[in-house]
Design a binder for this molecule. Structure first.
Ligand code: IPM
Ligand code: MG
Length: 365
């Protein structure tokens, strides 16, 4: 029987609740699909800062590097907002992504049948929407040097961040984007700000070079400001959106709203080794501890882990089908609910998904 070592990092805010959901679904999938998992939990983010004085200890980073896959809930919250630099919860997450070398962040936006009405967009704009944001994750504005705040001789404060890329960093993420596009609808929109930024002009040149190896993929270059507009105006025209770290951070939150809620957006972060899986929604401190967070993004992230890192495609399909079924039956979490819907809490929604998975498995066998 295949056996996988999974590191679990619940983190802050609703991270702990959605991680519990994700782990329960993973355990159910293991039982149903005949593989076993060893789970090891570690601190990350503000929770780690409180216990260890740092948002990611070496122990956590080493455990993640040697795991088969890592699941992370969320980091950050008002409790740690006064912290700066390397002490910030978010620094722990960025350090983890860098340490794991997961440069390719995949964020698929799915419009579930039945959820169209929850999107702020008119339903006719959503027809055919199926977008995958491929975000560069270990370079660009988040990591470039110099970075930080300083004071001049008169005490005037100044701060700098640097958007830097070398051609290898662009080439490897471009390959990921084109490879994904090839398996989808064969279209890629490379997003940059080449009318202003040097790093974007290099990005565009390298993407054009990579495109020569993919004559079957249709490439469009689009400026980031225009892309933000077109995602609302003509979302169904996008297939793969390939972009720099910060642009991808912003555009993926925007794209999430096509589906109606960021509580539905999962992610996979891949490099040349193991993978890191996280829901995109963040720690949502305002709703933490209330059992109302939507666990579906976390659960979909588990499906992505099964598909991309553990090669358990059947289990991944089963989870995705169960989510669709549960939504189709009218169950919703509070982030997406109308008066006719049955509103479930985090744990109840998770149990529903597991229940549908086991029913489907019983029928199939
Ligand atoms: C995300 C988040 C993170 C990011 C934060 C928490 C550092 O917004 O994964 O989108 O900016 O990458
Ligand atoms: Mg973000």
């Amino acid at each position: 029987m295949a056996e996988y070592n999974i590191v679990v990092l619940p983190g802050d805010g609703i991270g702990a609740e959605v991680t519990e959901s994700a782990v329960n679904v993973l355990k159910a999938a293991a039982k149903q699909h005949g593989f076993s998992i060893n789970l090891e939990s570690h601190d990350i983010g503000g929770t780690s800062y409180d216990s260890h004085g740092t948002p990611a200890t070496d122990e956590t980073l080493n455990a993640c590097k040697s795991a088969d896959a890592v699941f992370l809930g969320a980091v950050g919250g008002p409790k740690w907002d006064h912290l700066t630099g390397a002490h910030r919860p978010e620094s722990g997450l960025l350090g983890l992504r860098k340490a794991m070398g997961v440069y390719a962040n995949l964020r698929p936006v799915t419009i579930y049948p039945g959820l169209e009405k929850y999107s702020p967009l008119k339903e006719n704009r959503l027809e055919g929407v199926d977008v995958l944001v491929v975000r560069e994750l270990t370079g660009g504005l988040y990591f470039g040097q110099p970075k930080g705040e300083s004071k001049d001789e008169n005490g005037k404060r100044r701060a700098v961040d640097t958007m830097a890329y070398d051609e290898d960093e662009i080439r490897r993420i471009a390959h990921r984007g084109f490879d994904m596009a090839r398996k989808r609808r064969g279209k890629i929109a490379s997003v940059d700000k080449a009318n202003v930024l040097s790093s974007s002009r290099l990005w565009r040149d390298v993407v054009n070079e990579v495109a020569e190896e993919y004559s079957d993929v249709e490439l469009e270059h689009i400026l980031v400001d225009n892309c933000a507009m077109q995602l609302i105006n003509r979302p169904a025209d996008f297939d793969v959106i390939l972009t720099e770290n910060m642009f991808g951070d912003i555009l993926s939150d925007e794209a999430a709203m096509l589906s109606g809620s960021i509580g539905l957006l999962p992610s996979a972060s891949l490099g040349d080794g193991n993978g890191l899986y996280e829901p995109v929604h963040g720690s949502a401190p305002d709703i933490a501890g209330k059992n109302i967070a939507n666990p579906l993004a976390a659960i979909q992230s588990i499906a992505m882990m099964l598909r991309y890192t553990l090669n358990e495609a059947e289990a991944a399909d089963a989870i995705e089908k169960a989510i669709e079924e549960v939504i189709c039956q009218g169950y919703r979490c509070a982030d997406l609910a109308d008066k006719d819907d049955t509103v479930l809490g985090t744990t109840e929604m998770t149990s529903k998904v597991i229940e549908v998975m086991s029913k489907a498995k019983t029928v199939a066998s």
